[in-house]
Write a protein that binds this ligand. Structure first.
Ligand code: ATP
Ligand code: MG
Length: 473
């Protein structure tokens, strides 16, 4: 059966509280009873000792019976105490009880109990039960030696009914259990709210995670505590943020890809259709077909770049780290672009601080980084612009700078250029035929190498990209 956390918390706490209160109640009552009996015994002992001088005076004829019984009465204080004055032989010489019949009953009886022997020997005794089997009900008995002139002449015994003593504790028991009941009720109310408070964020997370499963990442958990559950809620919300981000990225990625694929396809179809149905005159068909060809090249490039990106991201193709000379690689990329560079009369300045810079990295991927940066620099450079490439060494790294004298990138756009498909104001940039994937690939490759890339760009002056690689030892 499904049991909610809330009911389990309430149930467990309830049992714990109930058990604690019952155990506490029982222990308290037991301790209290012991305490009350001990106190009553003390009291009886004191009274017995206090009675000794009066009985002594009576024995010597200095006090009459009426006065003596008055002292007995005072000692009793309406607690139904039975008092015996016993002689050396164990015969009850004087007895007192609150009821007159009782008083007579004990006269001249002889005690044989071992407690009597102890008292005669000078000890004080305390006993609970039917003393010497003489009482029909249990009594608390205290016996002290009775002395005349400092010599033991018998014993003074005081018996107090246990029932009587217990009746005084009952009131206290009632109070103890009442307090227990009140605290139980209070703690149940408290634990109800605490359990609600503890389980609320968990219930909320549970509900929200169901929404996540359905692809709805909007909701967040309210965070009220700083404990583990609060931490969990913070992490849960962070996870929701990143899921939402990924989902948004995925959506915009699909939208961008479809858009990027659709527009060249539409124009290719238009040109071929025009050539076929002769809307484009035959003498111009070559020109339009070559535009269509360019578009197919662009599509090809786009698809290759997308494949590269997904390959890097999937982690299926781990980096093939080798040691190579970065200066050599730069030269190769520049040579491969020679045609475009001369076509635009770009002035290329190469500044290698040392002839060889051996670095560690995946050569093919770093070649792609260089290609993408140099491609941008050529593309965005004006006619007769300059392309400067510099390499230098600092501590354990080699730094590579690719700088152009192009239009630069507006400050507010710089944060976005690493995003996929992002292109700075398409209408302003020269018709590059690009797709906006080049820099995101650069960033991904360098991230995989645990390296950084910085950008330094001023509108109207040019752009410089600087990235680092580990120098080979
Ligand atoms: N050297 C640069 N000078 C000026 N703007 C640049 C430079 N490099 C990049 N940008 C801006 O950043 C945008 C993104 O660059 P990125 O290389 O990712 O895409 P792209 O060059 O347009 O397309 P692709 O590289 O996929 O062919 C470019 O469209 C451009 O607006
Ligand atoms: Mg590019």
């Amino acid at each position: 059966m499904f049991k909610s956390l809330f009911s389990r918390l309430v149930g467990t706490y309830f049992v714990i509280i109930l058990v604690t209160i019952i155990v506490l109640g029982i222990l308290l009552s037991a301790f209290f009873e012991d305490f009350i009996f001990a106190r009553r015994a003390e009291e009886l002992k004191r009274e017995a000792i206090d009675l000794n001088p009066y009985v002594e005076m009576f024995a010597m004829g200095l006090l009459d019976e009426w006065h003596l019984y008055n002292y007995f009465k005072i000692a009793d204080r309406y607690k139904n105490t039975t008092i015996w004055i016993v002689d050396e032989m164990g015969y009850i010489w004087l007895s007192y009880s609150s009821s007159p019949e009782e008083m007579e009953k004990w006269k001249e009886q002889q005690l044989t109990a071992k407690e009597f022997m102890q008292v005669i020997k000078g000890q004080t005794i305390v006993k609970e039960g039917k003393f010497d089997e003489r009482f029909p009900i249990p009594v608390l008995t205290v016996g002290v030696p009775f002395k005349i002139d400092g010599k033991i002449r018998g014993g003074i015994f005081l018996h107090s009914p246990v029932e009587e003593i217990k009746s005084t504790t009952e009131e206290t028991y009632k109070n103890i259990w009442l307090a227990a009941a009140i605290s139980a009720v209070l703690s149940i109310v408290l634990l109800f709210f605490t359990s609600k408070h503890i389980s609320k964020p968990l219930i909320e997370m549970n509900q929200i995670s169901r929404d996540f499963a359905k692809g709805n990442f909007e909701k967040r958990v309210e965070i009220n505590t700083k404990d583990e559950i609060g931490q969990l809620a913070i992490n849960f919300n962070a996870m929701a943020d990143s899921l939402e981000n990924i989902e948004n990225m995925r959506r915009s990625f699909v939208t961008n890809v479809s858009h990027e694929l659709r527009s060249p396809l539409t124009s290719i179809r238009g040109y071929i259709q025009g050539v076929l149905d002769r809307t484009i005159p035959p003498d111009k068909s070559d020109k339009y077909l070559s535009i269509a060809l360019d578009e197919t090249k662009r599509l090809n490039k786009l698809i290759n770049e997308l494949l590269d990106l997904s390959q890097i991201e999937s982690g299926q193709f781990p980096l093939n780290i080798i040691t190579f000379d970065i200066n050599e690689l730069i030269r190769r990329v520049l040579i491969s672009q020679e045609e475009r560079i001369t076509a635009k009369s770009i002035d290329v300045i190469v500044d290698f601080q040392e002839q060889y810079y051996y670095v560690e990295g995946d050569r093919d991927r770093i070649q792609q980084v260089l290609y993408n940066l140099i491609d941008n620099a050529i593309k965005f450079n004006p006619e007769k612009g300059t392309l400067m490439i510099k390499t230098w060494n600092y501590e354990d790294r080699i730094f590579i700078k690719v700088e152009d004298s192009g239009p630069g990138i507006p400050k507010e756009e710089i944060v976005h250029i690493w995003e996929r498909f992002y292109q700075v104001d398409k209408s302003r940039s020269p018709k590059s035929g690009g797709t906006g994937l080049g820099l995101s690939i650069v960033k991904k490759i360098l991230e995989e190498h645990d390296q950084d890339i910085w950008i330094n760009s001023k509108e109207g002056e040019g752009t410089a990209f600087i990235f680092s690689l580990f120098a080979a030892n």
